[in-house]
Design a protein around this ligand. Structure first.
Ligand SMILES: NC(=O)c1ccc[n+]([C@@H]2O[C@H](COP(=O)([O-])OP(=O)(O)OC[C@H]3O[C@@H](n4cnc5c(N)ncnc54)[C@H](OP(=O)(O)O)[C@@H]3O)[C@@H](O)[C@H]2O)c1
Length: 260
């Protein structure tokens, strides 16, 4: 019998993880590094990504930090060029960077907030995937993982731009999977539920709201960022070698919640 444990190893693979200085991205990058990948960590702040890369290298892992605002074309190109210069290949791309600058009614959505949300959460994922495409194809066993949200599947009042962008990334992933399967590039989407990070702090710092929300989640609690890393590792590695074009909820049962 072949080892199943070995299928989770990603030794020698090169992974770009966007929005990885903290939160879900940092946990995914850590999981990849622990399992043998060379990790390129990006966020808008060089000092923040350097700090995490230093923590990883101190543990004996391979990592670099690259400043990149994913909404900026020149930054995206520099991210990919730096990865190739340093490691010579790209096998895994995680489009994780996300933002939510507006909470409020649809009719009041400012154009600038709408544009920024779509640019960072959706357009950047497509542009970055395209920039990486030739290198991913050369990999022979590549994996793209988009971090969407349960908010890309169900609607919640107040989140229009965010939810539109997260719904869009689902279709981006499915479409890429249909076109790029022949190139051995698998593409999958993860939809986290409520995870304790800076992005969601307005929710979990509101005690009354939190109590109400946790009662609705079948597991009765929000997730820690590390709980998002295992699924990403499975999809990045041979453990998920037959998964493509799929959307995975990692939400404590939220999308399956009952009214009763
Ligand atoms: N937390 C949740 O409950 C939850 C639920 C569902 C989905 N998600 C999704 O999960 C992903 C990660 O969110 P998180 O909760 O881990 O957020 P977080 O803890 O706030 O971390 C966001 C990360 O993205 C970076 N970032 C922000 N804007 C960026 C940009 N324009 N370019 C590059 N990096 C950028 C931040 O670093 P800098 O500030 O240094 O740039 C940071 O490293 C997002 O796509 C989010 O929508 C989160």
């Amino acid at each position: 019998m072949n080892s199943i444990a070995a299928r989770f190893r990603i030794d020698g693979k090169v992974a770009i993880v966007t929005g990885a200085s903290k939160g879900i991205g940092a946990s995914i990058a850590h999981g990849f590094a622990e399992h043998g990948a060379k990790v390129v960590i990006c966020s808008r702040k060089q000092a923040a990504v350097d700090e995490l890369a230093t923590q990883f290298t101190a543990k004996g892992y391979e990592a670099i930090g690259v400043q990149c605002n994913v909404g900026n074309e020149a930054d995206r190109k520099n991210l990919v060029d730096t990865c190739i210069e340093k490691y010579g290949r790209i096998d895994i791309l995680v489009n994780n960077a996300g933002t939510n600058p507006y909470f409020g009614p649809i009719q009041n959505l400012p154009e600038a907030a709408y544009q920024k949300t779509m640019e960072v959460n959706l357009n950047a994922a497509m542009h970055l995937s395209n920039l990486c495409y030739e290198e991913l194809k050369k990999s022979g066993k590549a994996s793209i993982i988009h971090i969407s949200s349960v908010e890309g599947i169900h609607a919640s009042p107040g989140f229009i731009a965010y939810n539109l962008s997260k719904a869009g990334i689902l279709m981006l992933g499915k479409s890429q999977a249909t076109e790029w399967g022949k190139d051995n590039i698998r593409v999958n989407v993860i939809c986290p539920g409520l995870v304790k990070t800076k992005l969601s702090q307005a929710l979990w710092q509101n005690e009354g709201l939190m109590e109400k929300m946790e009662k609705k989640i079948p597991l009765q609690r929000m997730a820690e960022p590390d709980e998002m890393a295992g699924l990403a590792l499975m999809l990045a590695s041979d453990a998920g070698s037959y998964c493509t074009g799929a959307v995975f909820a990692n939400d404590g049962g939220l999308l399956n919640a009952s009214l009763f």
